[in-house]
Design a protein around this ligand. Sequence first.
Ligand code: SF4
Length: 316
Amino acid sequence: MSNSMYKYLFGPIPSRRLGMSLGLDLVPKKVCSIDCVYCEVGKTTELSINREDYIKLEDIKAELTHYFENNPSPDYVTITASGEPTLNIHLNEILEFIKENKNGIPVALITNGTLLYDPKVREAIMLTDLVLPSLDAATEKVFRKINRPHKDLDFGNYIQGLIDFGKEYKGKMWLEVFILPGYNDSEHELAELKKLILKIQPTSVQINTLDRPGTVPNLRGATSEELEKVKDFWQMDNVEIIAKPKKNKIVQSYRKDTDSAILETVVRRPCTVEDLTEMLGTPACEIQASLQKLEAEGKIEKMEQERGSFYQIKGR
Ligand code: SF4
């Protein structure tokens, strides 16, 4: 395995919130229970609410074992997916495996939260240390518009699931709210969102917005002023704006195999040179050189967007 790219692990990626975070991708692209207009992974091709055996448990265990044996411990293992990770039926067993083998490492789970109405899903993730669920809408209409759910997902159940989870869970819950101008920033929607947040009682609320190309043309991210306005409107003391981290001066590379690191990153979402420099901790010149090579080899392609040139896997 040492010479090939990992299939399910990626990074570690330096992150302001989690430190050096090793990503673990639990469902294939792009299986999700919803189809958000702002999704960075791309359009949901398999809209599903059925938890399945998407990836062999043994394969994930083998990658984790290999990684832990050959690398320093990351600050966090972050479970995410090119879709919704709670759809992986082995989630609990994977968490048990990580806790048995690397008990000291905290585990975070990034989820859209729509399956938390299922007690089995809530039970499965009790071993995590931090859960980051999403809440972008306070009304069914906006939920349908932004998150475009599977037909059997009931908005009321989803919200109740978040409330129940908040009561049962002992770890930290960072609720992420994605603000999209024209979609969920009306006074009415923001006031209703606040009511729900007070019921869910997360440890903190993290306001985010669109940063990369989504699946809907002309959708725009909120400006920092617009995000500040939401924060002021809510008047709650556990709200933080997390959009666009500040650039840090990078002194050393986190990974030697820049080509693989770039491929593992852009396979998940299109990135600019700046994004890659920041995420991989590799100097821009080195990123540029790798990108040129990968482009010449036909592995990636450049896509021009309003915000600049984004690189993605060819034929995506
Ligand atoms: S929940 Fe996440 S993966 Fe699923 S569509 Fe929304 S942004 Fe994309």
